[in-house]
Design a protein around this ligand. Structure first.
Ligand code: NAD
Length: 499
């Protein structure tokens, strides 16, 4: 059995807690490895070693740190296939999709090559007589990231890239479901020139996470995962005086206006709803056609497209549209919610409940499902399903459609399909959701913009990647300096405006 430990001080090390979790091959259902679950003591030791190493790294000039990022880009590209194979085998997503996962992370590392520019401070010459004032961005010290199973390369890279480029040491606690790729990325960081101890990958579960949250040395925590855990981590981290940004679950609506290109909208919905088996925080899980005519036209196009979707293992390469879900428990939860939809009166138009993957009967495959006539009080509407299940909610008007998206507790992403510029503009301006697509189904911002949801999809003030990441991982210090030529006689006792 393959054993996965931790990456500490530039080496793979075995865990010492005696606790482990199984890592599955979701396509076959077999346990393919065991991952060590760190104890509080192991986490505390990793943090202490990182704190020692950080001082020199924080004092390294930003251009040298940027060169490590530059080398890392080359190395990730070199090992793209190797990384993607491991990623697919532990997560289950298709091989092209695994490469996309790595690519979207890589783009943030490319952005981090601009660290010297992004870390430049502000300067005011002659703020008073002989007085200059300047602000600088300094690293926080040791910071941590806790990441979900569904993007085992992209989200660790989104967090570690900016944290390291800003001069911090970074503790990564990846998902215990697919922990191999983060350690492979750490090895590449070392090859790129990152000093040992600056990036520690500590595998674990709640015990390891709580050790991060309670460790006084850790200055900031970035989290991505489900909403209940995001809320828990945000409140415990901030109660302990840490900076925190915690991103949670989603229920993303696509509004389809009667004037939309229905073929285009149906294609977009199939890709955005079923890609990665629906295990994306930006997946579209709710389609909201406006008017009965739009609903019928959409349904007519959607059904054959969904029925034709090819499900299979990642080893089938480009021949599959989506793979299995991550665990047996995830599969059971999805099928439980599908049953609740039927019981609560939604119309199950495409029924994937009996889907069996020939030759992979023990794999965690779930067939594609389409529900029509879903209403807002049903569990399949209120809850995140995180599986290949698309729900259609028919709206009588644009106001009803936008109201549905606005009233939902999640606010990660949304999209509108229309040819009407006024409707699109109104939608983008009024909607209370963090990322909006206009005729774009999955509006994930590129690396140089920022990524973040609203409402119960995000807790904290700053978004991931883009300029916000450089703010999150640094703090500002402002210096007021007077040189002898500006010093006047005598003390000043009153707080007053600058001369
Ligand atoms: P999860 O919340 O179960 O786990 C995320 C991380 O938290 C993992 O590292 C896990 O080990 C840790 N964790 C789990 N339970 C914990 C507990 N009780 N105490 C402390 N730590 C705990 O999420 P997941 O199943 O890995 O990922 C799927 C979820 O992530 C979905 O809800 C999805 O929408 C969300 N997600 C959100 C975004 C976003 O940007 N908003 C992006 C990707 C995924």
């Amino acid at each position: 059995m393959r054993e996965i430990g931790h990456w500490i001080d530039g080496k793979r090390v075995a865990g010492t807690s005696g606790r482990h979790a199984d890592v599955f091959n979701p396509a076959t259902g077999e346990v393919q490895a065991r991952v060590a679950l760190a104890s509080k003591d192991e986490m505390d030791a990793a943090v202490a070693a990182a704190a020692k190493a950080q001082m020199a790294w924080g004092a390294t000039n930003p251009q040298k740190r940027a060169r490590v990022m530059m080398a890392l880009v080359g190395l990730i590209n070199r090992d793209m296939d190797k990384l993607a194979e491991m990623l697919s085998s532990e997560h289950g997503k298709t091989f092209p999709d695994a490469k996309g996962d790595i690519q979207r992370g890589l783009e943030v590392i490319e952005f981090c090559i601009g660290a010297p520019h992004l870390l430049k401070g502000e300067f005011t010459d002659s703020a008073g007589p002989g007085i200059d004032m300047y602000s600088m961005r300094q690293p926080l010290g040791v910071v941590a990231g806790i990441t979900p199973f569904n993007f085992p390369a992209m989200i660790p890279l989104w967090k570690m890239g900016p944290a390291l480029a800003c001069g911090n040491a970074f503790i990564l606690k990846p998902s215990e479901r697919d922990p191999s790729v983060p350690i492979m990325l750490a090895e590449l960081c070392q090859e790129a020139g990152l000093p040992d101890g600056i990036l520690q990958v500590v595998n674990g579960d709640k015990e390891a996470v709580d050790a991060i949250l309670d460790n006084e040395t850790v200055q900031a925590v970035g989290f991505v995962g489900s909403t209940p855990i995001a809320q828990y981590i945000y409140s415990r981290a901030t109660a302990n005086g840490k900076r925190a940004q915690c991103f949670g679950g989603a229920k993303n609506h696509m509004i389809i206006m009667p004037d939309a290109d229905m073929d285009q909208a149906a294609d977009a919905l199939v890709g955005a709803g079923f890609g990665a088996a629906g295990e994306r925080c930006m997946a579209i899980s709710v389609a909201v056609p406006v008017g009965e005519q739009a609903a019928e036209a959409l349904r007519e196009r959607l059904v054959p497209k969904i029925e034709k979707l090819k499900v299979g293992p990642w080893t089938a390469g480009n021949d599959v549209d989506f793979g299995p879900v991550v665990t047996k428990a995830a599969k059971e939860n999805i099928l439980r919610l599908v049953e609740s939809g039927v019981e609560q009166g939604a119309e199950l138009v495409v029924d994937g409940r009996d889907f069996r993957m020939q030759g992979y009967e023990d794999g965690f495959f779930v067939g594609a499902h389409l529900f029509d006539r879903v209403t807002p009080e049903m569990d399949i509407y209120t809850q995140e399903i995180f599986g290949p299940v698309l729900s259609m909610v028919r709206a009588a008007s644009y106001e009803e459609a936008i109201g549905l998206a606005m009233d939902h507790e999640y606010g990660n992403g949304t999209a509108i399909y229309t040819r009407d510029g006024d409707a699109a503009r109104d939608f983008a301006s009024r909607i209370n959701i963090g990322m909006v697509g206009v005729n774009v189904p999955i509006p994930v911002p590129l690396a140089y913009h920022t990524f973040g949801g609203w409402k119960k999809s995000g807790f904290g003030d700053l978004n991931q990647h883009g300029p916000d990441a450089f703010r999150f991982y640094t703090r500002t210090k402002t210096v007021t300096a007077r040189w002898p030529s500006g010093i006047k006689e005598g003390g000043e006792f009153n707080f007053k405006a600058m001369d």
